[in-house]
Design a protein around this ligand. Structure first.
Ligand code: TEU
Length: 567
């Protein structure tokens, strides 16, 4: 249970996301492992982060890199043993850090025993653990248009797959190997809570809940009038924040956390959540999630055709969006702050200049993010400014979503070169290439053949080089983390946007008691004069060196100023 009379421990914490597959290999099989993470814990401690989030390491056929779990209580042999997991956990704790795990409970793998039972016959007790539906009335199963509704899968094609032996369709919002669990079943819910308790009892410190706002579906499964990728309908209004989602999450919190001390963390991944929904999810008095990942800011470069229809980000839109989230959760609720993760391209390539101003733009984005109110999440590699992989051949890709998109769009007549150009900017694999530790072959990640190619710039962009450089992104992140730990105003101060309409400067203030900070970033490769009210103050952190006082901002310059004395 939470003590609501004081700020929760995570208000000044920083979380680091590890994508185990691509972090550190120790066996030479080209896939990262738990022992590899252990060897890098000192590095993470040196960075200064408080919590590690591990993307899934559970037993899985790995069709979606572990986001398709076949046994929730086993570590996949590809990552190591149960003993290595327990050793990792105790080594994390020994360094004063916490560790949270991914919790993928909207769906399982189609290899999970429960799904195997469910698919075995209509009478099986587990049939009801997933969503099985008859063909559309008047249609015969498997003929075009016979799906129970027109929803498209987020990973391409219909969200329904026909099963001939039992003559029904099952629902999968993601790939057909990821059938959705039927949360309307009490039996399913109780089994999930038992599994969560089992992990908490093993000593982990909480969860990052995958697609948690998808768990309650509109049980009528209506057709959607909204187009989705041209062929299918967008079912998301009927499964995003569905009718019983808050009831389920509250029940989960009671079942798993009510009897525990309060040093856990629960963060939900909630595609499509609005500020209003986020307030409901994270209002501490409602006892649901501590914070959630919203997607509004990372969807600003999506065109009418969705994520593959890429357009430039307008800084004003970003300011408007972030401001709305900061204001919206100021009184009740809490933001999580992120720009990168395993589903998003690398942000220095996406929003910055990853060539001439890679250091400046990486640190500018970090400053604007980390100085907001909320809990910052760092995705492995962003602390050294890792860039998009930008693969040029389809055989270099591994991600199921990217491969499906390539197959679907080329089958529909799109030019393969155009599709590859889009993937080079948008694919999730841009962020999934191995962590770049050194410039030796394998990048210090593996002595074998990596499961996915290294980013081509690893000889130049890696931990060893960055830490030795006069301008080190890693050291800058260390300072940002330290500011959050040391200055209460960074953790909990009030947020006020400044110069909302300025086309290239992003500025805001933070205030707590007598202390006031000004945070300013020049979102451009050109010099920019600062407005009068953004001059003065004492520089406490900046990416152009310590003594910078000029009224002109350099390309991608960011400053954090103590402006307590200024009116
Ligand atoms: O993602 C859920 C989700 O809705 C999106 O992030 C989605 O993956 C993305 O928009 C596709 O472009 C989670 C995981 O983070 C992701 O890696 C998994 O593939 C997905 O769930 C299925 O488990």
């Amino acid at each position: 249970m939470r003590d609501l009379s004081r700020p929760a421990w995570w208000t000044n914490a920083v979380v680091y996301q590890i994508y185990p597959r691509s972090f550190q290999d120790t066996t030479g099989d080209g896939i990262g492992d738990l022992s590899g993470i252990i060897t890098r814990l000192d590095y993470l401690q040196e960075l200064g982060v408080d919590v590690l989030w591990l993307s899934p390491i559970h037993q899985s056929p790995q069709r979606d890199n572990g986001y398709d779990i076949s046994n929730y209580r086993r570590v996949d042999a590809v990552f190591g043993t149960e003993e290595e997991f327990d050793q990792l956990l105790s080594e994390v704790h020994a360094r004063g850090m916490k560790m949270i795990m991914d919790l993928v409970i909207n769906h399982t793998s189609s290899d999970h025993e429960a799904f195997k039972r469910s698919i075995s016959s209509r009478d099986n007790i587990s049939r009801d653990s997933y969503y099985w539906r008859d063909p559309r009335r008047g249609f015969r199963g498997s003929e075009p248009g016979a799906e129970p509704n027109n929803w498209g899968s987020l990973f391409g094609g219909s969200a329904w797959t026909w099963h001939e032996p039992t003559r029904q369709y099952y629902l999968h919002i993601f790939s057909r190997h990821q059938p959705d669990l039927n949360w309307a079943s009490t039996r399913v819910r109780n089994r999930v809570y038992a599994m969560m308790n089992w992990w908490m009892d093993r000593g982990i410190d909480g969860f990052r809940m995958d697609a948690v706002n998808f768990i309650s579906k509109d049980q009528r499964f209506p057709d959607s009038m909204i187009q989705f990728g041209g062929v299918w309908g967008d079912g998301s209004p009927f499964f995003t924040s569905g009718p019983r989602v808050h009831e389920f999450v509250q029940e989960m919190m009671r079942a798993v956390f009510a009897h525990r001390s309060e040093d856990y963390l629960v963060v939900g991944e909630t595609t499509g959540a609005t500020v209003e929904e986020a307030r409901l999810f994270t209002d501490p008095y409602r006892n649901e999630l501590d914070m959630l990942f919203q997607f509004e800011h990372v969807n600003l470069d999506h065109g009418p055709g969705g994520k593959w229809d890429r357009r430039p980000v307008n800084l004003r839109d970003l300011k408007t969006s972030w401001n709305r989230w900061q204001r919206g959760l100021a009184e009740r609720g809490w933001n999580s702050l992120y720009l990168s993760n395993h589903d998003q391209p690398r942000h220095v390539s996406r929003y910055g200049n990853d060539e001439e101003f890679r250091y400046e733009s990486a640190t500018l984005w970090a400053t604007l993010l980390h100085m907001q109110r909320g809990t910052p999440f760092i995705y492995q590699g962003e602390e050294i400014g890792m860039t998009n992989a930008g693969f040029t051949g389809i055989d270099e890709y591994r991600d199921v979503e990217s491969l499906n998109y390539y197959a679907d769009s080329t089958a529909r007549g799109m030019d393969p070169e155009t599709v590859l150009e889009i993937l080079g900017h948008v694919s999730r694999d841009n962020a999934r290439t191995p962590m770049q530790w050194t410039s030796e072959p394998g990048g210090g990640f593996t002595k074998g053949v990596p499961w996915i190619g290294l980013g081509p710039r690893y000889p130049e962009i890696n931990v060893e080089q960055d830490q030795a450089a006069p301008k080190s992104i890693f050291r800058y992140y260390q300072q940002l983390i330290r500011l959050r730990h040391e200055l209460p105003v960074v953790a909990t101060g009030d947020f006020q946007l400044m110069h909302a309409n300025h086309p290239t400067l992003f500025a805001f203030s933070r205030a707590l008691g007598e202390t006031r900070l000004g945070v300013i970033g020049n979102f451009s490769g050109l010099e920019q004069a600062a407005p009068d009210d953004l001059q003065g103050g004492e520089l406490i952190l900046g990416n152009y060196g310590e003594k910078r006082q000029t009224a002109v901002f350099g390309p991608w310059e960011a400053r954090v100023l103590d402006i307590s004395g200024l009116s």
